[in-house]
Design a binder for this molecule. Structure first.
Ligand SMILES: NC(=O)c1ccc[n+]([C@@H]2O[C@H](COP(=O)([O-])OP(=O)(O)OC[C@H]3O[C@@H](n4cnc5c(N)ncnc54)[C@H](OP(=O)(O)O)[C@@H]3O)[C@@H](O)[C@H]2O)c1
Length: 280
């Protein structure tokens, strides 16, 4: 049986990836942050799911959880680590509280690094490993390569994750451990609702008039957001395909959500963004 650790399995992409990998016969270790979520997810996903309780910003809790993981594995290796847990902190950079920026980076960047460091021996990053090397899948975003307005903190965290992943991959060639990025566009998960709640705090600022059309556009688009199963299938593919690519963009719309924002000269894309937001 193959073993994978997925972080952030209480909802969204992590939950569905756990469900999908269990269906494919993997044993799934999934991180959650409360006893209630551990019991709920285990009840829903069945005995193949082993919950581990930790917050990715809590180094001591990660170490304890990984030592439980090691006991469960009982000498087997970890074939996959899916760094999925993450938050999205929207807001105009002018007013974004600095502690929210720190938190964004702490969870999406430092947290991924902490979990990866703790799991590396189980993935085979040591001399004379007993098991074949595992793979690390980092859930980035289109925001790992495109910086949309009012998503500066999130984009900074995902750009940092992209850079770290490239460095990790080149360093871990020493052990044949591959590091692969998945870069989704908007997916139907609770993160979108959390996002809409968070921008409410800026409605009273000069940016409020921009957020109203933005919130409307987001609500209209909601039914077109990608189903979470598409990401689960891709996670499975990246874990199992013989020669994975280094990154897998999976935008909601290929031309307008990926190619144009990256290929157009900066000022052209600025102009389009301003038009969409009704600024110009
Ligand atoms: N949905 C999208 O449109 C989209 C697009 C591109 C990339 N992504 C990325 O996909 C990943 C999953 O997001 P999602 O859309 O599935 O959102 P979600 O449903 O909100 O799930 C986020 C998961 O991360 C966990 N988490 C948050 N902070 C944590 C912390 N400090 N320590 C441990 N776990 C923590 C949450 O646990 P709790 O329930 O305990 O908070 C939850 O299980 C994120 O990295 C996100 O950036 C999402």
């Amino acid at each position: 049986m193959k073993n994978v650790l997925i972080t952030g399995t209480s909802s969204g992409i992590g939950y569905d990836a756990a469900r999908y990998l269990l269906e494919k016969g993997w044993r799934v270790f999934g991180s959650v942050r409360s006893e209630e979520d551990a019991a709920r997810v285990k009840l829903e996903l069945g005995d193949g799911f082993v919950p581990l309780i930790f917050d990715v910003t809590d180094e001591a809790a990660i170490k304890t959880a990984v030592s439980h993981l090691k006991q469960h594995l009982n000498g087997e290796g970890l074939q996959g680590l899916v760094n999925n847990a993450g938050i999205a902190t929207p807001g105009p950079l002018q007013y974004l509280p600095l502690e929210m920026l720190r938190k964004q980076l702490e969870v999406n960047v430092v947290g991924v690094t902490a979990v990866t460091q703790a799991c590396l021996p189980l993935l085979g990053a040591k001399d004379n490993p007993l098991n074949p090397p595992g793979r690390i899948i980092n859930i980035s975003s289109v925001s790992g390569q495109i910086a949309y307005p009012f998503l500066g903190a999130y984009a900074a965290s995902k750009h940092a994750l992209e850079a770290l992943s490239d460095s990790w991959r080149r360093e871990l060639m020493l052990f044949d451990i591959d590091v692969i990025l998945i870069e989704p566009g908007t997916v139907q998960t609770p993160i979108i609702g959390k996002f809409q709640e968070q921008i409410q705090r800026y409605m009273g600022t000069e940016y409020g008039r921009v957020f109203e059309p933005l919130a409307k556009q987001m609500a209209e688009r909601q039914s077109n957001n990608m189903p979470v199963e598409r990401i689960s299938e891709l996670i499975y593919r990246t874990l199992t395909v013989r020669k994975p690519k280094t990154r897998y963009p999976i935008p909601r719309r290929l031309l307008t959500g990926w190619l144009l924002p990256r290929w157009l000269p900066d000022r052209w894309f600025d102009w389009i963004a301003a038009k969409q937001l009704g600024i110009k």
